[in-house]
Design a protein around this ligand. Structure first.
Ligand SMILES: [Zn+2]
Length: 271
């Protein structure tokens, strides 16, 4: 179970999150995925297939207090108060509004103090996600009101993501031989490593899926995967993960994964 699934498996979902981690820990990507999960309407958020997940830009996912806006504002406290006023307006589409504040260490002490009461008890439909390198970059009073998620910037997690990318990149280019060689390169992994790599594959695929569906505005980049391809690729990964649970050999699992992934992308071409 990945970190986001764990957040949703515990029943009550926290309303303010603080994502911490060194540069390179992919805090921004994680914050965005968490935000997507919070507005997802599916059973396993972010499901990648519900109406909310299929929107390239969701009106209830708000990139708040961005540097350009903060720098341009004459009244620096006013910008924060405007955001707080906005939280009292009901969501446009779904059940939640999520405010993502990247690199919250930019906020002054006064700005953080203005936020305190709202972070502690926001309107029921509101969640905040802040990212900083270190929790000590914010007032302790802010930190104590948030659920902190520490991301490690190095080690196994990133290695897994790299290996997952090595499969998904050729997959996105319809390069069957590339997929085959990426799968073969994983044959020396043990089951635990392969499980983590598959989990990263699923996460990256789901993140990519948010950009895969027909663009809302014509002129946006073409989708990476079609909907049918996305579903087939997810199925291929799920079956491989199932193979680990059933104690199949790594080579057999990878063989099946490779066959299903290449089938998923070539089936689409024939249509
Ligand atoms: Zn969804």
């Amino acid at each position: 179970m990945d970190r986001i699934s764990r957040i949703f498996s515990g029943g009550r979902v926290p309303h303010s999150f603080l994502i911490t981690g060194e540069e390179g820990a992919e805090k921004e990507a994680f914050a965005l995925r968490l935000a997507r999960a919070l507005i997802c309407e599916g059973e396993h958020p972010p499901c990648g297939v519900c109406a909310a997940c299929r929107k390239a830009e969701h009106p209830d996912l708000i990139h708040a207090l961005q540097p350009a806006v903060m720098d341009a504002a004459k009244n620096k406290i006013g910008v924060v108060r405007d955001m707080i006023a906005d939280t009292h307006i009901l969501p446009n589409d779904g059940h939640r509004k999520v405010y993502v504040v990247q690199d919250a260490s930019r906020l002054t002490v006064d700005q953080q103090n203005v936020l305190l009461a709202t972070i502690e008890e926001p309107p029921k439909h509101v969640c905040f996600i802040f990212t900083v390198n270190h929790a000590s970059d914010l007032l302790p009073t802010v930190v104590s009101r948030c659920t902190q998620i520490k991301l490690s910037g190095h080690g196994v997690d990133l290695a897994c993501i790299d290996q997952a990318r090595s499969i998904l990149l050729p997959l996105s280019k319809r390069d069957e031989l590339g997929v085959l060689s990426a799968c073969m390169a994983l044959e020396k992994c043990d089951r635990a490593e392969l499980r983590d790599i598959l989990e990263s594959c699923r996460t990256l695929l789901r993140d990519g899926a948010l950009r895969t569906l027909p663009p809302l505005i014509s002129g946006e980049p073409a989708p990476v995967f079609t909907y049918a391809e996305f579903v087939s690729c997810c199925d291929a990964i799920d079956r491989a993960a199932d193979g680990i649970i059933r104690n199949l050999g790594v080579a057999i699992i990878l063989g099946g994964l490779c066959a299903r992934l290449t089938c998923a992308i070539s089936a689409e071409e024939e249509q």
